[in-house]
Write a protein that binds this ligand. Sequence first.
Ligand SMILES: Nc1ncnc2c1ncn2[C@@H]1O[C@H](COP(=O)(O)OP(=O)(O)OP(=O)(O)O)[C@@H](O)[C@H]1O
Ligand SMILES: [Mg+2]
Length: 241
Amino acid sequence: MIEVKNLQLSIGRRLILQDINFTLEEEQNLIILGRSGSGKTVLIKSLMGFYTPDQGIVRVDGADVYSGKNHTQSDHKHDFAMVFQNAALLDSFTVFQNVALPLYERGEKDYASVLDKVKRSLAVVGLEETLEKYPSELSGGMRKRVGIARALIYEPRYMIFDEPVSGLDPITSSEVLYYITQIIRSVQATTITITHDIRNLGDIGDRVLFLEDGRSLYYGPLKDMYKEEHPLIRKFLVQVA
Ligand SMILES: Nc1ncnc2c1ncn2[C@@H]1O[C@H](COP(=O)(O)OP(=O)(O)OP(=O)(O)O)[C@@H](O)[C@H]1O
Ligand SMILES: [Mg+2]
């Protein structure tokens, strides 16, 4: 379970997040909306202990991520798998090596077992044939899917997708989103997805958090967001309809 209470966070002297509150229960899925620069990426990184908040509480499974001077960030980082905005694959590594990396980082040594897990993870995103390829030989959508396979590989408790389809054409986007919804439905993970695509992803979101300029404009079920009067929310809903 993730709990965020009255979170306020500055980077340098700039206030980036203010008065953020949400709770994510086990196996729930949160969707974060908001325009560019509203603080979405900073918020999810703050769950993993990347920053030191000015005030407020971030709690993962009952433990404060930031407590006193020795905040416990490293303890929880491993519970999270993040699919970054850019696929962030290592270009000189093959697909196999990229996807296997988190396992090696965790000290797995048995090659047969690693290979088996990599194959299973790639199969989830329909890419089992690309093991020996290099990222440069793949399309953008395929690279995103490799990034997703890498995030899946160690069966994280929390999966975070940061704009997993940005920069992709609509058809490839819905393909990648299809794999993500399959994963969300089949894996027992708690997920946070930053996306604008509530048409494809809306039905897997238990909660929506709409950020604007570092503040929460709306937090609640998606269906109730349609009743909101705030002009920015109305505008967003018109644009994605
Ligand atoms: N390391 C940093 N140092 C200084 N300012 C930062 C840093 N990281 C983010 N910011 C600022 O924090 C604000 C929120 O950034 P963030 O990356 O969270 O936006 P976002 O909502 O994810 O936007 P996008 O949709 O473009 O990814 C921005 O104004 C950004 O300039
Ligand atoms: Mg971002």
